[in-house]
Write a protein that binds this ligand. Structure first.
Ligand code: ZN
Length: 342
């Protein structure tokens, strides 16, 4: 199947921005209530997750992010293949629509093997091809993207920078400024982006983990795919140290983040009868990226190479003699892959 056919056939994501959904007025609630709302996926869009001390107006944040994005585009190799770019953008915009973000997103793909994605303040979002190449399905890619969208929705970049400025005045001890993400990005790409905007505290990281899980869940994806990808990156690094991006290695998918994510999935996200795992389009686009790099399709994942929708079943489902899981019946071939709740 050609990727073009796959795009026509897959109508699951409606393209374009639902600006209306983003302009939901902020709800003014007491702090305790606001915190609880953050844990309730039904409140997505009706809560102000970006609240906090911030020296930057939204307008200033967007202008700043745009400036940084131009710098990134000057230095990084942006993928101009329309099929790859359009697909990644569409998956991202669908997540944005299911998030608390109040800014429109610009999503671009960077041609780089490093497993990395980063969103600048104001919604300028870059996804490395390394994410596509290392994800086994669309839900895994969506999990990483949802995490980055959460950083923007919660305005972590400018809030962190505000903290940095406060630090300069000596009002907040340095211990609150964990993480070296921004530094790693500057080192690996030589970018002139002020560190504060990409350097997130542990608190912001765990918040982005939680919100990102809610966004991907609301968009219909299996939230456990986020944990799957985390674990994969972790084991890859153990097998072959140094393959992980500098960003991930300096801000690793640690056991406590994995445990917290599993706990959040159990406690906050009501089980759904089925989830999207992948689409035929994901496999096609991944193959296309591999082709761009003139690589062999060496991935062992069947999901990634079959070129047709694949389905994951619960452990009680049937498994054939080859150990392959039997796909539940679908009414048409172009339906996204679904997974029954374990
Ligand atoms: Zn993060």
């Amino acid at each position: 199947m050609t990727p073009l056919t796959a795009i026509r056939r897959c109508r699951r994501h409606a393209a374009g921005l639902a600006l209306g959904a983003m302009l939901v007025p902020a709800v003014f609630a007491p702090l305790a209530l606001a915190a609880d709302k953050k844990k309730d996926p039904d409140e997505i869009g009706n809560r102000d997750v970006g609240k906090g001390v911030n020296f930057y107006s939204i307008e200033k944040e967007i202008a700043l992010g745009k400036q940084m994005a131009q710098e990134v585009e000057r230095q990084a190799r942006i993928v101009d293949d329309p099929i790859v770019a359009e697909y990644v953008n569409r998956v991202g915009q669908n997540l944005v629509r299911n998030s608390d973000a109040k800014v429109p997103f610009t999503i671009k793909v960077i041609d780089s093997d490093e497993i990395n994605a980063f969103a600048l303040p104001g919604g300028f979002f870059f996804v490395n091809t390394g994410i596509l190449l290392n994800a086994d399905n669309e839900a895994e890619m969506a999990g990483v993207m949802a995490h980055e969208i959460a950083h923007v929705a919660a305005r972590h970049g400018t809030r962190q920078a505000t903290r940095g400025e406060l630090v300069n005045y000596g009002s907040i001890p340095l211990i609150f400024l964990g993480g070296w993400t921004g530094y790693a990005i500057r080192q690996s790409m030589g970018l002139a982006i002020p560190m504060g905007f990409l350097t997130f505290s542990r608190g912001f990281e765990s918040e982005a983990d939680m919100l990102g899980l809610e966004y991907m869940y609301k968009a219909g994806y299996d939230p456990t795919s986020f944990v799957d990808f985390f674990e994969k990156v972790q084991s890859q690094e153990k097998r072959k140290p140094g393959t992980m991006s500098k960003v991930f290695s300096s801000h690793p998918p640690t056991d406590d983040r994995i445990k917290a994510a599993q706990k959040n999935i159990q406690e906050l996200l009501k089980a759904k009868p089925e989830y999207v795992v992948t689409t035929s389009e994901f496999a096609d686009v991944k193959t296309r990226v591999l082709g761009m790099h003139n690589r062999k399709v060496a991935d062992t994942s069947k999901d990634a190479n079959s070129g047709r929708p694949t389905l994951r079943r619960n452990p009680n489902g049937t498994i054939d003699a080859n150990g392959d899981e039997k796909a539940p019946q679908t009414d048409s071939e172009d339906r996204p892959t679904l997974k029954r709740r374990d």
